[in-house]
Design a protein around this ligand. Sequence first.
Ligand code: PAF
Length: 287
Amino acid sequence: MQVFDSINTFRTDLDAGRAGGASVGFVPTMGYLHAGHITLVQRAAAECDIVVVSIFVNPLQFAANEDLASYPRDLDRDLELVAGAGATHVFAPSVSEMYPTEVLTTVRVAELSDPMEGAARPTHFAGVATVVAKLFSVVGPCRAYFGEKDFQQLAVVRRMAADLSMPVEVVGCPTVREPDGLAMSSRNVYLDGDQRLAALVIHRALQAGAAAIVAGERSGTQVRNLMAGIISAEPTAVLDYVEVADPDTLAPVDDLAAGQELRLLAAAQVGRPRLLDNIGVTVPSES
Ligand code: PAF
């Protein structure tokens, strides 16, 4: 596995690989990797010849009051993990390599960036879209693997790649969970024992929402109320939002129709971290 910190050298190496007929799989990360990232790398390794992992804690996607300085980092451990999962290339640039001058050009995916995470973190998705656009430009034509855990991010990136005709196929991969259902996240490291238990309420609420739909509930408002009630009943969790949304546009859905694909999403603060989760559900046909 080769480790690069220079855009030019990295780009030249990948161009040479592609010229020789190799396909490129790309897993963008901010490091401090967990089993969820590793499944993305393994999938890329199963489907592509060259497997690139980027490790870059992107300052543009953190607001001034957020955890940029303390975001967990462990490059040596990350390198070991991705080598074991089949990565052939790691791109771990410095901030000055990525942003040598003040960033005047940003990418904003309107509408998809505004609700939910965007309402809580108004500058977040422009930071994500800008760094991912830059990474796509550096990596070049590839399949890019993203976890569904950050479902809104996946929708934003997918739309950006389509709108800007980027030579990238964006692949969404299922959320990886702990055995008790907690969605894996680098920020779970901030949870103490009690908070870790309390955090399970988010997945429980989503499951209850999906079960209500499967049992016949057809009002998005009722499903939202049910999920919000479950999260609000957990004293250690502070509810941010619950949503019943169209999986492509992320628009709220109120009247659920038979056969409709939906995404149930939720976020809550549990101790220090804001935790996100989501699940998919299909509205059953009337029997
Ligand atoms: O999901 C993440 O880790 C980040 O938002 C990403 C996509 C690597 C961009 O910095």
